[in-house]
Every structure is written in structure tokens, then in C-alpha cells.
Design a protein around this ligand. Structure first.
Ligand code: NAG
Ligand code: NAG
Ligand code: NAG
Ligand code: NAG
Length: 325
């Protein structure tokens, strides 16, 4: 009986992963491109995961979708592994039932891209294997708001937020919220620069020196949950805006185009990743957001992605905020 069982296990395993020389060739060129190295045992495990991902990407790209997928630095990971390293492990308190941001209700441009309006957006950064997306969303937003106000664009410290912002319900590499991080910066009277408090992707002891603070927050603006028009108003008339949404398995392979999903949820309790809206537009009748991510410039469109706008896609309107400086 055991022999028979083993036989079936082997047959099904072999048909699930009928790996060809082609598959190994693809894997080896990807390994070379991303400087990956493995032990022998790990090599075969990663080869299988990579090949499954590659087939999923090819299948998606052969279909009729508004976005394409592609290989990237995450192509040897399962979504479970990805989730553990890069996303929030538990829901954050993201629920501004009534925010304090009042939409201007005035005219706003049909499209805007803060990257093109001036020197207002820093280069895409890389959070590494730490669930600190919320710190990058926070610095990205404060960098832009400060640059729009002062004309000076200075990269700010994520590590200070990872190490020091715990009292405001933030949890270092295990999640946090931009709104809570802006509160921390407001109460601790400043944020240091990236250069003076560099990123390590590991939680350490707080080393904030108030006399070296380089950016400040006077007031935190929370946009009412699910008020996506409020987000359009804020981005169109004021500055980039921090927001959160739910990342599901296909998103890790995003390459280009306008991301949409029928799998993700749209409520405050399900969002698991924070990013920065730096603009919006419309493509062939599909409205979208232009979003800065923190997975390096080799992911997506030079580190950015587009996501459908106007119907709270993946909960993107659940939890948005920005600082006033
Ligand atoms: C592809 O999808 C779009 C939008 O859903 C649709 O309008 C178009 O007809 C589809 N094209 C094909 C070839 O199926
Ligand atoms: C949510 O807020 C409550 C009350 O302030 C706090 O005890 C809890 O730790 C918070 N949850 C998270 C994930 O920060
Ligand atoms: C904005 O949100 C933060 C945390 O999410 C909260 O602490 C703060 O009280 C809110 N601000 C206002 C004015 O509602
Ligand atoms: C979430 O999606 C469902 C199904 O499409 C919809 O009925 C509901 O209004 C959406 N909720 C929010 C808060 O966007």
C-alpha cells in the first residue's frame, strides 16, 4: 500500500513539475540577472517555484488583461513567503470614519504627475526584507510635501520611524500606518535625513537626535475612509498622498499597465501594504493612480505601478493621509 501511495505521489509530483532544460535555462539566466545563489538543495526548490511563477506570468500575459506581469526579484518566492517578508502580518488600525480633510470641491486637473511638476519626488527606495512599507510611504509623502513647500527635496529617514515610532501603534518591521507615523513626527518634533539616520531593514534602538531633525509636521490630514474623491482632490490640488491597499498573489509579479483585481478585498481590515500616490490619469477610458512603491526601481514600471482609480480597488481608499508642514 505504501509503495502504491508513493507511486502516486511521485507521478503527481512529476506531472506538476515536469521541468525541462528550457526551464532550467530560464532560471539560470534569471539567477544571473538578479545575482542569486543557492545551495544544491535550495536550487531545485527555487527552480520549481520559479517555474510555476514563470508559467503563471506567461499565461496571464497571453490573456486579455489591463496589466502585464513579468519576472522580477521576487520570482523565486511563493506568495506565502513574500507575504511574510514584505507585508503586514496583522490588520492595522486604519479607519478614519470621519477624517479631518475637507475636499476643496473645486476644480481639479484631469491628470497630474508630481514627478513632472518639479523636483518633488525622491528616487524609488527599497525596503528589503522588512515589513516597513509604511515608513517609505511616510517619508515619500513628507519629502514631497516639504519639497513643494520649500523647494528643497531631501531624502528622509525610514529607520528613525522603524526604531522610534512604537508609541504611536507602529511596529517596526511588522507594520504601521503613515497617519500614525505623521503623528509620531509631529509629537517628537521632527524627522532626520536618510543620510544622518540610514536604513538598515532591521529594528534597532532609537537613535533620534532632535537637533538634527530636517523635516517637520504641523498637522496630520486623514482622508475619510473610502472617500476616493477626497484623495483625487488632495493629490490634484495639494500634494502626493499616502495610502494602503491589499496586495494579493498576482501583484507581486506586476510589470506594467493598469492593475485591477477581482480577488482582493476592499475594506480597512484587509489592507496590508502602504504606498504613495504621486498622481493620476486616464488611459483609454480607464482612470488610474500613479503610485510609488518601495520594492526598488527594478520592480514594476521603474519602481512605480498604476492601479485602477474610482472604485476603491483593493481598498486603496480605506486609509489615506498626508502631513501639513
Ligand atoms: C479585451 O478586453 C477588453 C476590456 O475588457 C474588451 O473590450 C476587448 O474586446 C477584449 N479583447 C478581446 C480580443 O477579447
Ligand atoms: C490598535 O489600537 C489599539 C488601541 O489603541 C491598540 O491596543 C492596538 O495595539 C492597535 N493595533 C495595532 C495593530 O497597532
Ligand atoms: C489621524 O489618524 C491618526 C492615526 O491613524 C490619529 O491618531 C489622529 O488622531 C487622526 N487625526 C485626526 C485629526 O483625526
Ligand atoms: C466593496 O466591494 C463590494 C463588491 O464589489 C461592494 O458592494 C462594496 O460597496 C465595496 N465596499 C467598499 C467600502 O468599497
Amino acid at each position: 500500500m505504501n509503495t502504491l501511495l508513493l507511486f502516486f505521489v511521485l507521478v503527481s509530483a512529476a506531472s506538476a513539475f515536469r521541468l525541462s532544460e528550457q526551464d532550467e535555462f530560464h532560471f539560470k539566466s534569471w539567477m544571473a540577472q538578479y545575482n542569486k545563489m543557492y545551495s544544491l538543495r535550495e536550487y531545485y526548490e527555487r527552480l520549481q517555484i520559479f517555474t510555476e511563477n514563470r508559467r503563471r506570468i506567461d499565461k496571464h500575459n497571453a490573456g486579455n488583461h489591463s496589466f502585464t506581469m513579468g519576472l522580477n526579484q521576487f520570482s523565486d518566492m511563493t506568495f506565502g513567503e513574500f507575504q511574510k517578508s514584505f507585508l503586514w502580518s496583522e490588520p492595522q488600525n486604519c479607519s478614519a470614519t470621519k477624517g479631518n480633510y475637507l475636499s476643496s470641491n473645486g476644480p481639479h486637473p484631469d491628470s497630474i504627475d508630481w514627478r513632472k511638476k518639479g523636483n518633488y519626488v525622491t528616487d524609488v527606495k527599497n525596503q528589503g526584507g522588512c515589513g516597513s512599507c509604511w515608513t517609505f510611504s511616510t517619508t515619500g509623502c513628507l519629502e514631497s510635501v516639504t519639497a513643494i513647500a520649500t523647494g528643497k527635496l531631501i531624502p528622509l529617514s525610514e529607520q528613525q520611524l522603524v526604531d522610534c515610532a512604537q508609541d504611536f501603534n507602529n511596529h517596526g518591521c511588522n507594520g504601521g500606518l503613515p497617519s500614525q507615523a505623521f503623528e509620531y513626527i509631529m509629537y517628537s518634533k521632527g524627522l532626520m535625513t536618510e543620510k544622518d539616520y540610514p536604513y538598515t531593514a532591521i529594528e534597532g534602538t532609537c537613535n533620534y537626535k532632535p537637533e538634527m531633525a530636517a523635516a517637520f509636521v504641523k498637522e496630520v490630514m486623514n482622508i475619510t475612509a473610502y472617500d476616493e474623491m477626497g484623495m483625487v482632490d488632495a493629490v490634484g490640488t495639494r500634494n502626493p498622498v499616502s495610502f494602503a491597499f491589499e496586495v494579493t498573489a498576482d501583484f507581486m509579479h506586476y510589470h506594467s499597465g493598469v492593475y485591477t483585481s477581482s480577488k482582493c478585498h476592499n475594506t480597512t481590515d484587509k489592507v496590508n501594504h502602504a504606498v504613495l500616490a504621486v498622481g493620476y490619469g486616464e488611459d483609454n477610458g480607464t482612470p488610474y493612480w500613479i503610485v510609488k512603491n518601495s520594492w526598488s526601481s527594478s520592480w514594476g514600471i521603474d519602481g512605480y505601478f498604476l492601479i485602477e482609480r474610482g472604485r476603491n480597488m483593493c481598498g486603496l481608499a480605506a486609509c489615506s493621509s498626508f502631513p501639513v508642514v
